[in-house]
Design a protein around this ligand. Structure first.
Ligand code: AQP
Length: 343
């Protein structure tokens, strides 16, 4: 055999993706279809950083014990949907101080006017008029820091978050202009199958885990009976035909979207399958499909959550790896803006 070693040519560097989810409660079917299911798939093509965004959750008053519990449970759920902590990085935002360190510098490079135009600030302050705090206002700066601190190339965004990505790009571009090339300008990544799931109680609103109406959402941890009951009560219309028409039939169209997201069917195929059948049969079929799809995730979740030491170990390693990447950016930024660094 020849002594000569064959050096494999290096693989092309993969693009980096960052995404986060707030531990404001148990994720819903909306979080799953709109984000988590895609997060697992993206791991095949990108280097992924996934974070439990606990600092963002503080913009709304959270019960401290619930926040702590939700944070660990959410990490366990992310592992259960298939996030691979060996190949990718899974961490909790507050475990990596570089996010808040960078956020301050970025805040000093963000204009009051641009933050005042953010629609989410207007929406959330209307929703919580008794707690319009400064964190709610500067939230987009922290989000920009989350993205820029890792020089993420891509950020999966839903329609409601495009404004946040825009402001992150604006801040990065401005900083690069003043201090020289520092940050990668992140692009939005629109997932191929990124269904927006609407509330079961009011299909004009998105399904949200913090909705006070528990019948408006399906939680990823709901058992089959609960899922069947919630879909049975879902708001539809009086015309009794399973047909997709989001403007005239938002409730039925939403249920069709959920069904199609799991079966992989087109809306036409769903319509054909339920032609001549009533809403009762249709809702039961949607509920069965959802419950069957969630069952393996739920079993895996229970198994992982039972091993608290494992979950915490994953988060500790994830924080160390994230901090190494993020620390480099913060040091560079501190140097560029003129903060004295000691040898
Ligand atoms: N209804 C939805 N349909 C599709 N995608 C959704 N996402 C949220 N709701 C839907 C996506 O889930 C990811 C994580 O969201 P988040 O928890 O960080 O914040 P959110 O968007 O505010 O989600 P919720 O459930 O509505 O939380 P609360 O009630 O706390 O405000 C994001 O990618 C989001 O697009």
């Amino acid at each position: 055999m020849s002594e000569q070693q064959v050096t494999p040519s290096p693989l092309p560097a993969r693009k980096r993706i960052l995404s986060g989810i707030q531990p404001t409660g148990t994720p819903t079917l909306g979080n799953y279809l709109g984000a988590l299911r895609n997060w697992a798939l993206l791991q095949n093509s990108y280097d992924c950083l996934y974070m439990v965004a606990d600092l963002h959750a503080l913009t709304v008053r959270e019960d401290p014990a619930a926040l702590r519990r939700n944070t660990r449970e959410l990490a366990a759920l992310l592992l259960a949907v298939g996030i691979d902590p060996q190949q990718h990085v899974l961490f909790v935002q507050s475990h990596v101080p570089a996010h808040t360190e960078l956020a301050w510098v970025l805040a000093c490079n963000t204009q009051f006017g641009e933050l005042s135009r953010m629609t989410q600030f207007k929406d959330k302050s209307a929703k919580h008029p008794d707690n319009v705090n400064a964190g709610l206002f500067t939230y987009p700066v922290l989000m920009a820091a989350d993205i820029l601190v890792y020089n993420a190339d891509l950020v999966p965004v839903g329609q409601d978050q495009t404004q946040h990505l825009e402001i992150a790009r604006d801040i990065a571009g401005r900083f690069n202009g003043v201090y020289g090339p520092t940050f990668t300008l992140p692009e939005g990544y629109v997932p191929k199958a990124g269904a927006r799931v609407m509330s079961l109680g009011d299909p004009s609103k998105k399904m949200s885990k913090s909705d006070p109406n528990v019948n408006s959402f399906v939680l990823l941890t709901d058992n089959k009976d609960v899922i069947l009951r919630k879909f049975k009560r879902a708001v539809t219309d009086s015309d009794g035909v399973v047909r997709c028409d989001p403007a005239a039939k938002p409730g039925v169209s939403n249920l069709m979207g959920i069904y199609a997201a799991f079966t992989g069917q087109t809306m036409e195929e769903v319509e054909a399958d339920f032609a001549g059948k009533g809403y009762g049969d249709f809702k039961a079929a949607v509920a069965e499909t959802v419950a069957d799809a969630l069952a393996p995730v739920q079993a895996e979740y229970a198994r992982i959550l039972a091993d608290k030491g494992y979950v915490d170990g994953v988060l500790r390693t994830g924080a160390e790896r994230a901090a190494r990447l993020a620390g480099r950016t913060v040091r560079k930024v501190y140097r560029k803006v003129g903060l004295l660094q000691l040898d």
